[in-house]
Design a protein around this ligand. Structure first.
Ligand SMILES: Nc1ncnc2c1ncn2[C@@H]1O[C@H](COP(=O)(O)OP(=O)(O)OP(=O)(O)O)[C@@H](O)[C@H]1O
Length: 345
């Protein structure tokens, strides 16, 4: 157990499986009302040119401060949000522009678990009906088969014996999230995008739900995209981590490499704000991180800085950073970073 009560999951080397999900230059821009004076159409760049791959069986963590576009990206990846540009391939199929009818057989394979089980479960529906819904939508079988499957799913998420005819408010927060997970598992997905699945829960419950995610991954060979703002949480579940800032990925690396030697100044600053967690693996004389306090506000995604999006807060910014947008590129140490002057090469 760590100081946070989270059992450290040894993920070992990231599975070198096939690519299950590939995002290429994904953008999601929200148009704002036209400015009456200039008549300029302004857009909010929630996701701004994201490319990434998720391999079968791995967990890709996505971290970043509130508003950086994590949820929007997660929804784009499973096409719950229409993309403004770019492309998403899932299981070898380009799903970017599939019609609702053509998307229907693809949907069971990719599911979303939401942050707030209170808000994402219909309060007027019984727990059993909530979990049965995707089975009915995707015509799983007759009523008896659906009932059996629902009972099996409750068992799988650790709610064996729970009253299926109770309403969400009759369950605890952790139990409600287990119901959300059971609903996501109902259609036997390959991919689960979990959007801050534990941030609404007490710390002691967080550990249990994170361990459930780990067990389910092993049992059902699941692939996860795990979105969180909490770097401590994401470290314990992820094989690789993508760090987002203002709608862009600024660094993508294997978890330990990222924590040991961040290449992007933003990652370095984020990590420096995380208290060192004693999970028994650190040497007693291991150096402590120096806290880097970023000055200035996160810029508005409507008026992003020219060049590097982070340059207005970057302690190392130089002239080139204002002129040229750095692309996410592979460095010699095997990580991807979008920085003209990475800290680790
Ligand atoms: N439907 C929408 N219409 C307009 N703007 C939106 C919409 N959804 C999100 N945004 C904006 O897009 C940006 C990214 O939001 P998003 O929720 O994806 O970020 P996030 O990193 O998940 O933040 P949080 O952790 O707070 O949920 C924000 O500036 C947000 O205000």
């Amino acid at each position: 157990m760590t100081a946070q009560g989270i059992v450290a999951v040894d993920k070992g080397a990231p599975p070198g499986g096939d690519v299950l999900l590939r995002a290429s230059d994904v953008t999601k821009h929200y148009p704002l009302r036209a400015d009456t004076l200039s008549r300029r159409r302004r857009v909010l760049r929630a996701v701004d040119g994201v490319s990434l791959e998720v391999r079968t069986g791995e967990t890709l963590g996505i971290v970043g401060e509130s508003g950086c576009g994590k949820s929007t990206l997660g929804r784009c990846l499973v096409r719950l949000t229409e993309l403004t540009g770019g492309r998403v391939e899932f299981d070898g199929q380009d799903i970017t522009t599939l019609s609702a009818r053509r998307l229907r057989p693809v949907r069971p394979g990719m599911q979303l678990v939401f942050q707030d089980p209170q808000a994402s479960l219909n309060p007027r529906r019984r727990a059993g009906d909530i979990v049965a819904e995707p089975l009915l939508v995707h015509r799983y079988g007759d009523a008896a088969a659906v009932r059996r499957r629902v009972a099996e799913l409750f068992d799988v998420v650790g709610l064996a014996g729970a009253h299926l005819d109770r309403y969400p408010h009759e369950f605890s927060g952790g139990q409600r999230q287990r119901i959300g997970i059971a609903r996501a598992l109902a259609t036997a997905p390959k991919l689960i995008v979990a959007d801050e699945p534990v941030s609404a829960l007490d710390v002691s419950i967080q550990a249990q739900v994170l361990n459930l995610f780990a067990d389910l991954q092993e049992e059902f060979a699941l692939t996860y995209v795990f979105i969180a703002h909490d770097l401590g949480v994401v470290r314990h579940v992820s094989d690789r981590i993508a760090v987002m800032y203002l709608g862009e990925i600024v660094e993508l690396a294997e978890t330990e490499a990222l924590y040991e030697a961040p290449a992007h100044p933003y990652t370095q600053a984020l990590l420096s704000a995380v208290p060192d967690i004693d999970d028994g693996t650190q040497a007693a004389d291991a150096p402590r991180r120096e806290r880097i306090v970023l000055t200035g506000e996160v810029p508005n995604p409507v008026d992003k800085p020219t060049g590097c999006p982070f340059r207005t807060r970057c302690p190392y910014a130089r002239e080139r950073c204002a002129l040229e947008r750095p692309r996410l590129t592979l460095t010699a140490s095997g990580r991807h970073t979008a920085c003209h002057y990475p800290l680790t090469v």
